[in-house]
Design a binder for this molecule. Structure first.
Ligand SMILES: Nc1ncnc2c1ncn2[C@@H]1O[C@H](COP(=O)(O)OP(=O)(O)O)[C@@H](O)[C@H]1O
Ligand SMILES: [Mg+2]
Length: 500
């Protein structure tokens, strides 16, 4: 009734303006005091009316009723316990929550919220607390996404959803998972809603404990990279390389020496700790490009098959703090820092503007000596690292030079890369002609020799002396100067294979 009377009055004011304009030929006189008072009165009534409309319809939304119905309290009494995680931990959060739900009674069905439109999904409690006018927020379907759980495996994760459950002591709680990356911050969060904050906290703690037990990263080969979209870090899974010891050609005893240091300590970790010795170790592999530093690291990764490996290359080294924390959590573990010289002196990405190398050394320190964590650094430029490492001793306890292959190694390399192909050549001149080149140069030489054989119509290919001579000519030739330096070839090299 009152609403209709009000509508009539309001219409009156609208027509007052129109009538004034239409019926008066002269310029309209401004509204007088009475007009303004009347307008103000109408506006006050309009505001009162809208306020009352809101309060009449408001009250807990359907979604809120579902939550408080489970918690057994009023909306203002609901307390959220929130824990935020890096986006890449989402899969672990899901695992933790799944394991938690599996251990609690209840139906474990996830639900979400509908009626949100394009509104960014804010935290669960404010969403639930939204008043119920204009339809309100209703329970809907949970939103799912996928997350990697291995190099070739994915699992479903809840991007936005709620589930009713109980705290470890049986108090009702509602657990929410919320990945906000689409809308803003690069985090995912766990929210536990309960009437009793200690029940919420106990639930969160138990979920975190289960996350660590079911950690998908344990025992995997992981790499940190920067996300193109958000500039934040991403963790991806890599297949564990399988390189046979026979495929690594190094001076006698060198690979065994490296292995003894890395794997030997791992094999005796409990005994070493018991004898008061530290476990953390640092290995530096240095030498010219293409001599097999990465190859050796890949071999070690395969050998340490129960270890977690975290690989940081180039600019990803700026994620060293996260990597070191993860390595500590997932020990026994290996952190591989490839080509550290490339970023060692870079100040742009380092916290506090100090060279990245110092952040790296600090992170290595922070892991603690009792941790079964190995840092493996590779570099083509040991000189760049020398001062920094000398200034802060104790980070690297074994530095190994991976040299250019000597004559016996070059012959072994020729045979390794020839695989099962027939060699119809005296390898002596080839070995002599490759003095000073790197292992990767020899590998490329074999490929070109196989190609020469295929072009000559050999089937299957045969590695003949003449092909070797041509390829060596080609590879040591003046026109190959650039390629030669890229492949780590011997500047000014002769070709004894040709002269024989
Ligand atoms: N010592 C080696 N023994 C066998 N193959 C090697 C050796 N060094 C290099 N290679 C071959 O050359 C490729 C490039 O070498 P890599 O290990 O990446 O060199 P870097 O020392 O620059 O890390 C390797 O993938 C491997 O196929
Ligand atoms: Mg390398």
């Amino acid at each position: 009734m009152r609403g209709r009377r009000q509508q009539a009055r309001w219409r009156g004011h609208l027509s007052w303006g129109i009538v004034d304009r239409v019926s008066t030929p002269q310029p309209p006189a401004g509204p007088d005091g009475e007009d303004l008072k009347s307008l103000a009165r109408s506006m006050r009534l309009l505001f009162e009316l809208s306020a009352r409309t809101l309060t009449e319809n408001a009250g807990p939304s359907e979604l809120a009723r579902r939550v408080i119905g489970h918690l057994g309290c009023e909306l203002p009494a609901v307390v959220p316990v929130t824990k935020r995680f890096s986006l890449w931990e989402h899969v672990n959060l899901q695992r933790g929550v799944d394991a938690y739900l599996a251990a609690q009674p209840g139906d474990r069905s996830w639900f979400g919220a509908s009626g949100l439109g394009h509104r960014p999904r804010e935290d669960m409690l404010s969403l639930i607390s939204m008043p119920a006018h204009f339809g309100g927020v209703r329970p809907g379907a949970a939103v799912y996404g996928t997350a990697a759980t291995g190099p070739e495996r994915n699992a479903e994760v809840v991007m936005f959803g709620l589930v009713t459950s109980t705290a470890p002591d049986g108090t009702p709680v509602v657990i929410g998972i919320h990945n906000e990356s689409q809308y803003g911050p690069n985090i995912c969060s766990l929210e536990v809603l309960a009437a009793d904050p200690s029940a919420g906290a106990a639930t969160r703690d138990e979920i975190e404990r289960l996350m660590r037990i079911h950690d998908v990263f344990r025992g995997q080969v992981l790499s940190f990279t920067a996300s193109e979209h958000h500039g934040n870090e991403l963790v991806s899974f890599l297949p564990r390389p399988a390189v046979a010891a026979d495929d690594i050609v190094l001076p006698d005893g060198l690979l065994e020496h490296i292995e003894a240091h890395i794997i030997g300590v791992a094999d005796w970790s409990a005994e070493l700790l018991g004898a008061g010795q530290h476990l953390k170790r640092g290995l530096l592999l240095h030498g010219p490009p293409g001599t097999g530093k990465t190859h050796t690291v890949r071999y070690l990764m395969g050998r340490l098959d129960s270890c977690t490996v975290i690989l940081l290359t180039g600019l990803s080294i700026r994620f060293i703090d996260q990597a070191a924390a993860l390595a500590r959590r997932l020990q026994p573990s290996v952190v591989v820092l490839e080509d550290v010289d490339l970023v060692a002196l870079d100040r742009d990405y380092a916290p506090g503007g100090q060279p990245l190398l110092f952040s790296l050394l600090e992170a290595m320190d922070g892991v603690g000596t009792d941790a079964d964590v190995t840092f493996v650094l590779t570099t083509n430029r040991a000189d760049v690292l020398e001062t920094a490492l000398a200034d802060r001793p104790g980070r690297i306890d074994l530095a190994v030079e991976i040299p250019r292959p000597d004559a016996p190694c070059r012959e072994r390399l020729l045979r390794v890369y020839a695989r099962d192909l027939r060699i119809d050549a005296d390898l002596g001149p080839v070995v002599a002609g490759t003095e000073g080149v790197t292992a990767s140069f020899v590998k490329e030489m074999i490929r070109r020799t196989v190609l020469a054989s295929l072009r000559a119509g050999d089937a299957p290919p045969v590695l003949r002396g003449a092909y070797f001579a041509d390829v060596l000519d080609e590879m040591t030739g003046e026109r190959q100067a650039l390629t030669r330096s890229l492949l780590g070839g011997n500047p000014g090299g002769r070709n004894p294979a040709r002269s024989k």
